[in-house]
Write a protein that binds this ligand. Structure first.
Ligand code: HSE
Length: 437
């Protein structure tokens, strides 16, 4: 049988890795797929640029639409990123009857509903394993492996750059900017690194995970998103003293009131496995009603880890090329007509625990005032720590609370900020126990 021909859009880090993996493991891949798979066409912005892969047998072009329109190409692999040109090319590929594999989380999170609907009409597949957590096959795990469960919640470290920065700040007291520059050099960071540090990249990925976990349409615009740029070494140290690690988490939970969809720095008990996922590594914790908590760990970025997911998707597509479109695994895990319209909870309605750091004058009655405000707002204290700054008679008061509704905490923080003895704004970081319940 003729090998299946793949056209790559983009020959950068992931594109180069994909060519290398397909070439190096060609025999194993063909034994798995039942056919050979070759990259026959590829587009790049500058075809003369040095590459990490050999391109001798690939027809190169600087015009991506040529790849998408070439009748020889059966599978288009979109690796150019962004959501403008990528969207046009992917929709064109679908219109041309080609299957699509993409690593583009922004594209799927923002335009996935439109893309899947177009793909369904054309009877083609759109696979996107590489869009979330790089090499970890988390889409497949939730969509297929956990298909017998009601997913209750999931929480993930899904931005390698952010995790790398927090780890280096904690372990080596390195400053934020130098660690970010290193992540950029290593090819982990997004083209616009604010996507990493402000949580946008994680929000794209969480949008996708929540859809396949709960059978809801993709709703990127409803994700509450907070990055790591305001985390200080001081908070990392106090959290550690109290038995917690600060991680940047994407978290989605189904509740009676709706679906929580939030990305923010989070204190996690140090004893949780996920609290020990360091450096550029990613991990996703998924709680199913039948299986209990399950944890998926691996490289979340980089050429070959991401290529591993891209090639896995290509093999999947090749395996079912000739199958009836109605009998394929649905794009978002649930049959399109069975997606639910569960509402996404605004952050004010979310229930979580908190770490608070309050800078206050060290004098009688301050602590009593603060604890009274918390009590008046129905917030119960779990533990407390006071650090003296003898030189300026100021104290840092650190409070860990039990869970409460975010709007109660907002009211309490506003009142604490208004106390005369309190200096500056209260620092608030959410806290999750991530236990088996
Ligand atoms: N910038 C992303 C990260 C790349 O650091 O996780 C993988 O999506």
């Amino acid at each position: 049988m003729e090998p299946v021909k793949v056209g790559l859009l983009g020959l950068g880090t992931v594109g180069g890795g994909t060519v290398n993996v397909l070439q190096r493991n060609a025999e194993e891949i063909s034994r798995r797929a039942g056919r050979g798979i070759i990259v026959s066409h590829a587009s790049a912005r500058d075809i003369n640029k040095p590459r990490i892969c050999k391109t001798d047998d690939i027809q190169l072009t600087e015009t991506p639409i040529d790849v998408v329109s070439d009748p020889e190409v059966s599978i288009v692999v979109e690796l150019i990123g962004g959501d403008t040109l990528a969207r046009e090319l992917v929709l064109k590929a679908i219109a041309n009857g080609k299957h699509v594999v993409t690593a583009n989380k922004a594209l799927i999170a923002k335009h996935g509903n439109e893309i899947f609907s177009a793909a369904q009409k054309q009877g083609v597949m759109v696979a996107f394993e590489a869009a979330v957590a790089g090499g970890i096959p988390i889409i497949k795990a939730i969509r297929e492996g956990l298909a017998g469960n009601q997913i209750e919640w999931l929480a993930g470290i899904i931005n390698g750059t952010g995790n790398f920065i927090l780890t280096e700040m904690r372990d080596k007291q390195r400053d934020f900017d130098s660690v970010l520059a290193e992540a950029q050099r290593l090819g982990y960071a997004e083209a616009d690194p604010t996507f990493d540090v402000e949580g946008i990249d994680a929000a794209h990925k969480l949008t996708i995970l929540a859809s396949i976990a709960f059978g809801i349409p993709l709703q990127f615009e409803k994700v509450y998103t907070e990055g790591i740029s305001k985390i200080t070494g001081e908070d990392v140290d106090y959290a550690s003293e109290l038995g917690y690690t600060i991680k940047h988490l994407g978290l989605s939970r189904i509740t009676d009131a709706g679906v929580e969809l939030r990305v923010h720095p989070t204190l996690i008990p140090k004893r949780r496995l996920i609290a020990n996922v360091d450096g550029v590594m990613n991990a996703v914790l998924v709680k199913g009603d039948a299986v209990g908590p399950t944890l998926y760990y691996g490289a979340g970025a980089g050429a070959e880890p991401t290529a591993s997911a891209v090639v896995g998707d290509i093999v999947d597509v090749v395996r079912v090329l000739t199958s009836d479109p109605e009998n394929r695994v649905p794009h978002l895990a649930f049959q399109p007509e069975s997606l639910s319209d569960l509402s996404i909870l605004p952050i004010d309605e979310v229930e979580t625990a908190y770490y608070l750091r309050i800078a206050a004058s060290d004098k009688a009655g301050v602590m009593a005032n603060i604890t009274t405000i918390l009590a008046d707002n129905g917030i119960s204290i779990d533990s407390m720590l006071q650090k003296e700054h003898k030189s300026d008679e100021k104290a840092a008061i650190i409070i860990i609370t039990h869970t409460t509704i975010e709007k109660n905490m907002n009211e309490a923080i506003a009142k604490i900020n208004a106390l005369e003895a309190v200096n500056g704004d209260v620092v608030r970081i959410r806290l999750e126990h991530l236990d088996a319940d």
